[in-house]
Design a protein around this ligand. Sequence first.
Ligand SMILES: Cc1cc2nc3c(=O)[nH]c(=O)nc-3n(C[C@H](O)[C@H](O)[C@H](O)COP(=O)(O)OP(=O)(O)OC[C@H]3O[C@@H](n4cnc5c(N)ncnc54)[C@H](O)[C@@H]3O)c2cc1C
Length: 429
Amino acid sequence: MNSDLCNRCGSCVGLSNGIITFENKTGKYLPKLHGELSNELADRIWHACSGKEFDFPFYRKKTFGDNINFHNYTGVYRNIYIGHSKNEQIRKNAASGGIISGILAWLLKNKKIDGAVLLRMSENQPWMNEPFIATTKEEILSAAQSKYTISSVNEILPEIEKFDGKLAYVGLPGQVQSIRKLQEINYPSVKNIKYILGPFYGNTLHFSSVKSFLKSYGEKDYTQINKLYFRYGEWPGNMRVELKSNRIIELPKFHANYLIPFHILKNSLLCTDLSNEYTDISGGDAWAPVYEERGKGFSMVISRSEKGQEILDEMIKENEISLNPIEIDEAITMHSHGYDLKKRGTFIRMKYRKWMGLENPDYGYTNKGFSFSRYLMEVMIDIMFIVLGTKPARFLVEKIPPHIIGGIFEKSRTIWKKSTHKIKREKLS
Ligand SMILES: Cc1cc2nc3c(=O)[nH]c(=O)nc-3n(C[C@H](O)[C@H](O)[C@H](O)COP(=O)(O)OP(=O)(O)OC[C@H]3O[C@@H](n4cnc5c(N)ncnc54)[C@H](O)[C@@H]3O)c2cc1C
């Protein structure tokens, strides 16, 4: 399989009894085979792979049944809200409104789960993330916040299988899709998973982003990192590195976004799922001036399954979360940039790839009928990603102080967003 198709969900590693491992996690981060897989194991791994294939319509029906609200961009939804956890500690610690951590803490407190599969920064290697099973509120809170470097959560499948109790699971769309595939064949590793939650997903970055960020500040050795945060402090937060030398490096999130075009995981550009469509509940940032100006974190929350809706209804009744319903059109408009990238851009990119003879994922559906200007816009975006992803471009950007390149990036992004606003919003909802 073409490596661009691998979303690094980690299922192949988790299912392989040690025969497949990820190589070079601070580099290309690709799975490597160390021996022979039995036919049965190879078939199972192939089935679980969501990078190669995930039939959206089939799994939509399997997961949520019929008679459902559905939009091609958001996936299945019961209700869409803007809100936040009412627990100030959870909200302050979290990526946006603390909805995901808040729900997990509530599920645990009410004994609806005994643990949660989450992603935290490693204690031994604080520059790397690692999946684990949280069994206390403190552990749930320790995993809050978004980690923007590659995460392979499903490596933990053997531990999930051994866990004695009910679990919630949090993952990115490719990881969730793989879990849904395993649930469909009643695979034992996933039988404990009762609830699936997940963040929205624009993209992830290679670890080279962290190395490059450090180099720009004159620090060459990433093993000197003591703590790494991607969204530290007041929403939307800062990228922050604390070094063993006590030096602290911090850059506002919107400026640190300059790293995206230089270090993006190519698979992010082949993913068509922005809002984590196969979760029971998913959460993203509430990107709108009215919320951004208030400073504190606000999330967009989508309830999709009956049990997901029940959780939110009970939490509202118990005054644990604040949620205001919004209409689907408002939700799509708020994330028009992301939906355009995923639901239009990806299909155009896949068309270009097909012309070049490159393999594409099979999602069981396609979107088409875009304007000529949208195709042209995609050419510009793709050229930018290709050029900025090269070694010389990465080398050069490290010579510019991040607060300068970050500022330039943010301004250019605003100009680009304004000038492409009409093309992106055309017939969006
Ligand atoms: C890689 C990535 C890209 C994102 N892109 C967008 C975007 O384009 N637009 C948007 O609106 N929102 C995006 N988000 C979501 C956003 O950053 C918040 O995670 C979301 O709003 C939920 O906020 P919260 O306060 O409820 O979550 P929190 O309460 O902070 O909980 C976050 C949960 O997500 C888990 N988690 C964090 N990082 C990862 C990861 N890499 N892999 C698996 N699990 C993880 C943690 O274990 C934690 O349980 C992205 C998140 C990630 C991780």
